[in-house]
Design a protein around this ligand. Structure first.
Ligand SMILES: Cc1ncc(COP(=O)(O)O)c(C=O)c1O
Length: 434
């Protein structure tokens, strides 16, 4: 299967503050009221994106019109469902710049994709003395599986230091990438600081010593920052649900030789060539790494999500989101007592993680929720990073192209109101205890 150059036939337009109102019409959930009568301000897209109606419709269509197991059905429905699934694979391949669809493996999510490489490749290929290079900004999904692989193989984990403004200190790459390095695992974009990492520079350094590069694109893929060719990436992972698609579907991309080195971690139907009592042989890629029934309806939904994103245009989407980020930084940095963790906006994507000097992140998120503003609080699966921050939790607002400048203002004024409410309550409590 090669990847055809275009599928949507739609011309991406410039995304601006006017067109965004039309775009929002495609997302029914954005017009929901919460807590009875409050308009929803959804600023939690880094956790999961909302879904345009075309994706929901595609899923309903699949279940209503051609639901049938893929690859095995010798009937019309089975053929149709298989075509939908394989066409989604081709769209995804094109979306990330892969040259063939066989390089796209369907998994259940980013976490499962990382585990597939950690357990199927690293744990089996690495030896004591080999090194895996990580950093303390990574999501646990791009951290814990490598710890497990290091334990299983005897390899050593090393950590590229961070700069004071929460970027990777690439000036120290030479110190940390050497002849022992076998793998560098890095996110395309941090899910906390929003920092965008220079993946192709890291890949060049890794390849110079014969190491592989694994990119966790769970965040970067949704912001149009992911191209496996320009990044010269060996392995790449992301989740459908953060990219307008359904839950339960993930992608693992690999260069053919890199994928070829992964041993199947899961055995079962679909992944075999032949099974006898004495042993089994494996099918070709991608089936070899896709044991069991695929999430085929979700794949069809993902195909619709990619079509939709392409109709918006990823460059235009990224530019628009960045303008929201600039607005958010400018406005939030004026709020007294609020600290934002992350580099300057030029080096980051549309995520703002913050703490207030008096209010715990969970309380802040709760006070915002009562005003209809949905953000997330916690360690965001980055405990080592929060240890560096010196706080147990941050409050994170994350933006997508369906958010508006008005919502940025609502976030800021909701935070101001939350601070006011909190301080009033604290005064009352202090007075009562006098
Ligand atoms: C950077 C990053 N990597 C990995 C993951 C894990 O994704 P999933 O839970 O969909 O497997 C996330 C989810 O938030 C993430 O933000």
């Amino acid at each position: 299967m090669s990847v055809s150059p275009t599928s949507t036939g739609q011309q991406p337009g410039i995304l601006d503050f006017d067109r965004i109102q039309q775009v929002r019409q495609n997302f029914p959930i954005l017009h929901e009221l919460v807590h009875g009568d409050l308009p929803l301000v959804y600023l939690d897209s880094a956790a999961t994106s909302q879904k345009p109606k075309c994706v929901v419709d595609k899923i309903v269509e699949a279940y209503e019109k051609y639901n049938s197991n893929v690859h095995r059905g010798i009937h019309a429905l089975g053929d149709r469902m298989t075509t939908e699934m394989e066409s989604a694979r081709e769209k995804i391949a094109r979306f990330i710049g892969a040259s063939t669809a066989e390089q796209v493996i369907f998994t259940s999510g980013t976490t499962m994709s990382v585990n597939l490489v950690a357990h199927g490749w690293a744990a089996r290929h690495l030896r004591p003395g080999d090194e895996i290079l990580l950093n303390e900004m990574e999501h646990h999904a791009n951290f814990v599986p490598w710890q497990m692989a290091a334990q299983a193989s005897g390899a050593t984990l090393r950590f590229l230091p961070l700069t004071v403004d929460w970027q990777l200190d690439l000036s120290r790459l030479d110190e940390f990438i050497n002849s022992k390095t076998r793998l560098v695992a890095v996110a395309g974009m941090s899910n906390v600081t929003g920092t965008i990492h220079d993946v192709s520079r890291i890949a060049d350094a890794a390849h110079a010593v014969g190491a592989r590069v694994f990119v966790d694109a769970a965040q970067s893929a949704a912001h149009g920052l992911t191209n496996v060719q320009t990044g010269n990436i060996d392995f790449l992972a992301f989740s459908g649900h953060k990219l307008l698609g359904p839950t339960g579907l993930g992608i693992l991309y690999g260069k053919p030789d890199a994928l070829g080195e992964i041993q199947p971690v899961f055995g079962g139907g679909h992944m075999i060539r032949e099974v006898t009592k004495s042993g089994s042989t494996w099918a070709d890629l991608p089936a070899r790494l896709e044991a069991g029934t695929a999430a085929f309806v979700e794949c069809a939904g993902m195909g619709a999500a990619i079509d939709y994103l392409e109709s918006i245009g990823m460059e235009s989407l990224a530019r628009y989101e960045h303008s929201l980020l600039e607005l958010a930084h400018a406005r939030l940095s004026q709020i007294p007592g609020l600290t934002i963790f992350g580099p300057e906006v030029a080096h980051k994507g549309a995520i703002v993680s913050m703490v207030h000097e008096q209010i715990h992140a969970h309380d802040l998120a709760d006070l915002l929720d009562r005003q209809g503003v949905a953000i997330r609080a916690g360690h965001h699966c980055t405990m080592p990073l929060h240890e560096l921050f010196g706080v147990a939790a941050t409050a994170r607002a994350s933006f997508a192209f369906y958010n508006t400048p008005d919502e940025v203002e609502k976030l800021a004024s909701a935070i101001e109101k939350a601070i006011e409410v909190f301080q009033r309550r604290s005064h009352r409590r202090a007075n009562r205890s006098l």
